[in-house]
Ligand binder design. Structure first.
Ligand SMILES: [Zn+2]
Length: 184
């Protein structure tokens, strides 16, 4: 395992990468405290353009008995409640998340008006470590670029993968919907 190369849908800005790495590493450090109380192994946070934290949330699918409760969706809901709006666009917000958003969360991010997304571990690696199915989302970095949403990925990926492996090693719940389709 090694650090995966950072990917982005704009020319890479090392300042943004360094800030995202600091924030995502910090979230990874808090992950065990969340999972110890029953949260899933993903954390998302929303910051304003000055670098102030607006909200942070972990995955609460199992705790909340709701399949929508991914960390990104929880963070968006909390930010909208806090700011009293369904449109985060005018607030110029960024999302940082410990793993690549799934297809539901990509939709949630698009509808929220968040203008930048920084993620840690790629879906490919999340799926390899956990067995999750992150969904079908071809070329989403380009689709987001066309819509003016900046994306950086594979930030602090090595540390993120270690955190997921730790979660699996602890034998914690891996939520997966039951399916009757043929194997992929
Ligand atoms: Zn998701």
């Amino acid at each position: 395992m090694a650090q995966a190369q950072v990917v982005a849908n704009e020319p890479i800005d090392e300042g943004k990468v360094a800030e995202a790495k600091r924030i995502i590493l910090d979230m990874q450090k808090r992950l065990p405290a969340y999972t110890a109380k029953g949260s899933g192994p993903f954390v998302a946070a929303i910051y304003d353009s000055k670098g102030n934290l607006i909200v942070e949330a972990a995955n609460s699918v199992v705790e909340g008995q709701c399949s929508h409760n991914h960390s990104e969706m929880n963070a968006i809901r909390l930010a909208e409640e806090k700011l009293g709006t369904y449109n985060l666009g005018p607030h110029r917000l960024r999302m940082y998340v410990t793993a690549e958003p799934c297809m539901m969360c990509l939709g949630g991010i698009m509808w929220s008006g968040i203008e930048a997304v920084y993620y840690g571990v790629s879906s490919e690696r999340v799926e390899a470590i956990t067995g999750f199915d992150e969904g079908y989302k071809p070329d989403w970095l380009e689709a987001f670029r066309k819509r003016g949403i900046t994306v950086y990925g594979n930030i602090a990926s090595e540390e993120g993968e270690k955190a997921l492996m730790q979660y699996m090693a602890e034998g914690r719940i891996v939520y997966k919907p039951e399916r009757r389709t043929e194997k992929r």
